[in-house]
Design a protein around this ligand. Structure first.
Ligand SMILES: [Zn+2]
Length: 466
């Protein structure tokens, strides 16, 4: 864009003040057993609307159906004033997503997730009259990467939650073709709604984060609750579905209720927190649906093949605005978005070097696979042996110039560091069976990290149409 146009654009947008820090408030809206939870949803939706805040309500399919059955159209109407998103069909009735995804491949898992969670998404869309659910987040810590393909098929463009499974620099990122706000670390600024004394210290912490993010050119803070927290003293699902329990529907018990005074105090703490955050310069409450539009789309900018190859030689990971997978595609002359390999294979080739012709043949195979499928191949062939996609990319990227033989390299997949390793601690959720661990899901998650890269805020005044 010519400089003059750029400056005009900036002037028109009123760009002068500090960069914007978006604050996203989301609610996991899930207690379909305790009827008082409906009133909490209504109160929160109305209080926030009155403050001019659009929050994101991630709604469980059964919660939406229960609101309809109880004829709580007042609640449905109030929630419709906010951003409607998805939080699984039944949340805590076993098997929960990580439990049923654990033994499945990427493709089998996507099918299973679609069969189990698809109907609930369609119910939430129908009951709330929305064509697109802005985001999804898993129940508890019940994450599995096979869900991403199914979510995209349901038209859900983003993944929002808090957890340790995957993360990048405590800010939004792209992963598996979705926009992620997850694992924000110090940029998650939840105020304790049970203790008024925590309000001021949390505000001070939030103010510090706002300054830090503004120095970096803007960014995102988020915090979240469950409407049930405002009316009950225990979690509805812990009461009924602890450690894999599955009582008959007739035996479900509501959670214990707060006193009216205690409940009132929780609303007041949240309302004061929101009010004070709104007054901070440069801070703006933004729904997930809107937040995505403040970021550049996932489509990678153009890059010369030689530059892409140099990035890959420097480290097999994302660089600047490109995922490792996108750099591979660009280096091979078929640039654009590209999915992670379908499986992980080990190289069978034992030789220390290959000929230039063998390298070129391998490159042609990978190029054809990417061009036809927009997906990295899991491996390429050298005669009757294979190089894993990682070893192939490392070998290609570090190949010396000239016509001589090419040393075979073993890949160090640096992008895998963005997926956690402790698959027992991170899956320790009171609803999962005792001792549940899912290292298989982290293996698939690391494979998918070929596609991870930071999300980039648009420059103010330069918002382009998607
Ligand atoms: Zn939940």
């Amino acid at each position: 864009m010519p400089l003059l146009l750029l400056l005009l654009g900036l002037a028109a947008s009123g760009w002068a003040a500090e960069p914007t820090v978006h604050v996203v408030l989301w609610f996991d809206t899930e207690d379909y057993i305790t009827p008082e939870d409906d009133d909490a949803c209504l109160r929160l939706a109305r209080d926030l609307k009155a403050r001019g805040v659009t929050a994101t309500f991630k709604i469980v399919g059964e919660k939406a159906r229960v609101l309809e059955q109880r004829k709580r159209f007042d609640v449905i109407q109030a929630l419709k004033g906010h951003d409607i998103a998805y939080h699984s069909d039944n949340h805590s009735i076993p098997p929960t997503p990580a439990v049923y995804l654990k033994p499945l491949s990427m493709t089998e898992g996507a099918t299973e997730f679609m069969l189990r969670e698809g109907p609930g998404a369609r119910d939430v869309m129908r009951i709330f009259g929305v064509k697109v659910l802005s985001t999804y987040g898993q129940p508890g810590s019940s994450w599995g990467p096979q869900s991403h393909a199914a979510l995209k098929q349901l038209g859900i463009p983003s993944y929002v939650d808090e957890g340790r499974h995957v993360g990048l620099n405590n800010q939004p990122f792209w992963y598996g073709g979705m926009f992620w706000m997850f694992n924000l670390g110090p940029n998650a600024i939840r105020v304790d709604i049970n203790d008024p004394a925590k309000l001021e210290p949390t505000l001070a912490k939030a103010a510090e984060r706002v300054v830090e993010l503004q120095k970096a050119g803007g960014g995102v803070l988020h915090f979240w609750y469950h409407p049930n927290e405002f009316v009950t003293t225990e979690y509805w699902d812990g009461v009924n579905f602890s450690r894999g329990a599955n009582p008959a529907r007739a035996d479900w018990k509501p959670a214990k209720l707060r006193t009216k005074e205690s409940s009132e105090q929780t609303y007041q703490i949240l309302n004061s927190y929101v009010e004070k955050l709104q007054k901070m310069p440069g801070v703006r409450f933004t729904s997930v649906r809107e937040l995505i539009t403040h970021y550049q789309p996932a489509t990678p900018p153009a890059i010369a093949p030689e530059k892409a190859r140099a990035f890959l030689a420097a480290g097999l990971t994302w660089h600047e605005k490109w995922s490792a997978a996108e750099l591979v595609a660009a280096a091979l002359g078929v640039p654009g978005e590209v999915a992670s390999p379908a499986a992980r294979h080990q190289s069978t080739l034992k030789r220390k070097q290959i000929t230039r012709v063998e390298l070129e043949t391998a490159m042609a195979q990978a190029k054809r696979h990417i061009r036809e499928k927009r997906q990295l191949p899991a491996q390429v062939w050298v005669d009757s042996d294979t190089l894993s996609i990682g070893d192939f990319v490392a070998t290609m990227a570090q190949a010396p110039d000239g016509a001589g033989p090419v040393p075979v390299r073993q890949a160090v997949l640096a992008f895998e560091q963005h997926v956690a390793t402790d698959a027992c601690r991170n899956y320790n959720w009171v609803i999962h069976p005792e001792g549940f661990c899912a290292p298989e899901l982290y293996d698939l998650g690391r494979l998918e990290a070929w596609t991870i890269k930071p999300a980039t805020l648009r420059v103010a005044g330069m918002r382009q149409s998607r």
